[in-house]
Design a protein around this ligand. Structure first.
Ligand SMILES: Nc1ncnc2c1ncn2[C@@H]1O[C@H](COP(=O)(O)OP(=O)(O)OP(=O)(O)O)[C@@H](O)[C@H]1O
Length: 714
């Protein structure tokens, strides 16, 4: 474990000052991790203990102390509620008995049968006689009961009478007990349903049914009973066979409604791995809005130094689990509408790297504010501004980085297998100054500014818009850079498909989406179809600043297999950020790793554009089509780009649905643009072959090219 790991227990809430702002000399970093010791059983008991823990026949509450305590609590609550429930059951039993008696005494079945066969008049005398007879039986039974009671009272006294009443009450309670699905007996829920399900699993089953997650005749199996975890209740259930946990995650909102809680209070996760399966769901329901409490300050403030190879403390999820974000060997895209906490989130990622003196930082702040200023004292390259000159400067940095990455790959090939087992930078290599391969992180805030810039730049005799060149260079770096120790962190206010090229998005490993305008923007940050899998950041509340959906590339504390999770980032205002940057500078001064801008040296080596163009491929610098190509072609091409593998044929219905166009209008408009639809035989998933109307993608591309060039000629 890192010698300086900050304590995250007992976190203080803001406003809290750092204990000391002084920069202390750094101690060595020990590179190791905390491992959980396996339990060692005595040899005699070993097999038994191992069997006990593994056997599915031993109930979970006999294996876990937490579950056993919960069973005890549940029993106590049941005992306290027993008199109330017993009385309720007796009253219900009385009502049931009375109803039954009325049907019997009025010969209801016979009467109804006669009525339905229109023979009531014929049978009337018979029915009347039977009714009279049953009334007599009732009177006789009543007299016998009264006499019996009097006899018991006489022979055994009051105790006997009470015993008799007790037996009758138990019989009525059994008759009136709540049975699953018994009509007319379901009590209307009063009060918060959240608490009801913790005591009565039937309420949970009903909620799943109401949310249409299980059928009317299906039920849930409680794997772990409801226990108190943090400020909420956790429960693990098994869905009926063939029902999928992924569907519960997808329809979390319906379930939240059925449980009468806000969806931010409900966390649903699949239980994976050995202890789980595709139908096992772990739920956690918070007592109240988990993000209403004051935000927490970053634990990095208490760390004297950090190791870039360790995931950086990023935030907390609703269950208050600490979520760390791995940065090395991956890259991060942060997207949101303004003022939701993008810059704060990107700075958190930067803070961990600032505190590692062996890390080299490139910081380009196109927001041109004060937010990143403090990074100037540690960054190898730093700029703040949104003019074309800044974009051109960024182009220079990226070309320099492309050359750097190529140089690193070349040098890695020459290293021996012990030092460099794969073509990947290792922790030792990144800290070896002689090798010159430090972890190099590139932060670009408001990345849409350089990507949209139209300033012409001369590249190998070709005139290109700076924005396109930046897009191509960033895409190459995001693809090739991570293994060579380059970390890209891009933040954008405009996560739309035109601004961030789909090719670039596809290679950014981790995504963090704070609140955006609609599900399309959310999908652009988090990835295709993420809204249909239950992750849509447009549903986050505006008041929840710093809360977003994280789709990590690698393990998080919530588990390696969690697709995405809602996280509230730590709060790191400017003053804390400045403290961290000062500390980072002192660490670099002590290690002698202060370079570039921070060391007062802004000079750049001669840029080799030709090498960069060769690396990214000449074909990749294609003309920007979204600007020239008319709608709906431009959006169709973007959609095809997003699909990754471009199909040969795409159906009109699919296009209309994906892009929300009216199919008839789409057909007319594409015909006007010179693109005629055709019919193709398509095999569906079930193996059926159908004729479908649609377009050959080659025709769509050709139409786009024609319309682009004819527009250009005008
Ligand atoms: N984790 C957090 N907890 C509480 N408040 C936060 C958190 N993160 C950010 N905020 C608040 O949100 C505000 C906006 O944050 P930030 O400047 O990062 O937004 P932004 O999305 O980068 O905005 P813009 O698009 O205008 O640049 C901050 O002033 C801060 O008070």
């Amino acid at each position: 474990m890192n010698a300086h790991e900050p304590s995250t227990e007992g976190h203080e809430t803001l406003p809290v000052r750092a204990e000391s702002r002084e920069v202390l000399p750094a101690d060595p970093v020990y590179d190791a991790e905390l491992v959980e010791e396996p339990h060692y059983y005595s040899p005699r008991l070993g097999w038994f203990a191992s069997w006990w823990m593994r056997s599915p026949r031993v109930p979970v509450w006999l294996k876990s102390r937490r579950q056993a305590v919960q069973v005890g609590k549940d029993l106590l609550v049941s005992a306290l509620r027993a008199p109330d429930r017993f009385l309720g059951a007796v009253v219900r039993g009385l009502v049931v008995a009375a109803r039954w008696w009325r049907r019997w005494v009025t010969v209801r079945e016979y009467r109804e049968a006669a009525e339905s066969s229109e023979k009531l008049a014929d049978k009337f005398v018979e029915i009347r006689a039977l009714t009279l007879f049953r009334w007599k039986v009732t009177g006789a039974v009543a007299v016998v009961t009264l006499l019996g009671g009097a006899v018991v009272d006489l022979v055994y006294g009051r105790r006997g009478l009470w015993l008799l009443i007790g037996i009758v009450a138990v019989a009525l309670a059994v008759l009136g007990r709540r049975r699953d699905g018994s009509p007319g007996r379901k009590a209307v829920l009063a009060g918060p349903r959240t608490l009801m399900w913790t005591m009565d699993p039937q309420v949970l089953v009903d909620a799943f049914r109401d949310a249409k997650l299980i059928g009317k005749d299906e039920t849930l199996r409680l794997v772990e009973r409801a226990t108190r975890v943090g400020d909420g209740w956790a429960v693990v259930v098994d869905l009926p066979a063939t029902r999928k946990a992924a569907d519960v995650i997808k329809n979390r909102e319906a379930l939240a409604s059925a449980l009468a809680v806000d969806e931010v209070q409900l966390i649903v996760e699949r239980v994976r791995g050995n202890g789980g399966h595709a139908g096992r769901v772990s739920m956690w329901v918070a007592d109240s809005d988990p993000y209403a409490s004051p935000p927490l300050r970053t634990p990095l403030l208490a760390a004297q130094r950090w190791d870039a190879w360790r995931p950086v403390p990023f935030g907390r999820d609703a269950r208050d689990r600490r979520i760390d974000l791995p940065l090395v060997w991956t890259s991060l895209l942060v997207g949101a509408i303004p003022r939701q906490g993008k810059t704060f989130a990107a700075r958190l990622a930067a803070a961990g790297l600032v505190l590692d003196p062996h890390t080299r930082l490139y910081v380009a702040d196109f927001k041109a504010g004060k937010d990143w200023d403090a990074a100037g004292q540690v960054a190898h390259r730093f700029m703040s501004g949104d003019e074309s000159a800044h974009v051109v400067e960024l182009v220079g940095w990226l070309v320099e980085l492309v050359a750097e990455v190529q140089g690193r790959y070349r040098r890695m090939r020459e290293l021996d297998d012990v030092m460099c087992p794969e073509s990947k930078v290792t922790p030792e290599m990144s800290r070896d100054r002689a090798l010159g391969m430090p972890i190099t992180a590139v932060f670009v805030d408001e990345v849409q500014v350089p990507l949209e810039d139209r300033t012409p730049v001369d590249v190998e005799g070709k005139r290109l818009a700076a924005g396109e060149y930046v897009g191509e260079l960033l895409t190459w770096l995001a693809k090739k850079g991570p293994a060579a120790g380059i970390v890209l962190v891009l933040a954008t206010q405009r996560p739309d498909s035109k601004t961030i090229p789909s090719g670039l998005r596809a290679v950014l490993g981790s995504r963090f989406a704070l609140r955006v305008m609609d599900w399309r923007d959310s999908n652009i940050v988090l990835g295709e179809q993420m809204n249909t899998r239950g992750y849509d950041s447009s549903r986050l509340l505006a008041s929840h600043k710093g809360v977003g959906i994280l789709r990590p590339d690698g393990d998080t504390q919530a588990g390696a297999d969690v697709l995405a999770l809602t996280v509230r980032t730590y709060y790191m205002p400017n003053e804390d950020w400045q403290v961290i940057c000062q500390r980072g500078r002192a660490l670099r001064e002590a290690e002698g790793t202060l370079t570039g801008h921070a060391a007062g040296d802004a000079s750049m080596s001669a840029l080799d554009h030709s090498a960069a163009v060769r690396a990214i491929g000449t074909g990749t610098c294609r003309p920007s089509r979204s600007d020239d190509v008319p709608e709906p072609l431009a959006r169709i091409l973007d959609h095809l780009d997003e699909l990754g593998d471009v199909p040969e044929f795409v159906s009109t219905a699919e296009l209309a649905e994906a892009l929300e166009f009216d199919p008839a209008w789409l057909g007319r408009r594409l015909a006007e643009l010179g693109c005629q639809s055709t019919r193709e035989r398509v095999t569906s998933e079930s193996g059926k072959v159908r004729q479908i109307r649609g377009y050959l993608t080659a025709d769509l591309f050709a139409a786009a090219e024609d319309s682009g060039s004819s527009d250009g000629e005008l």
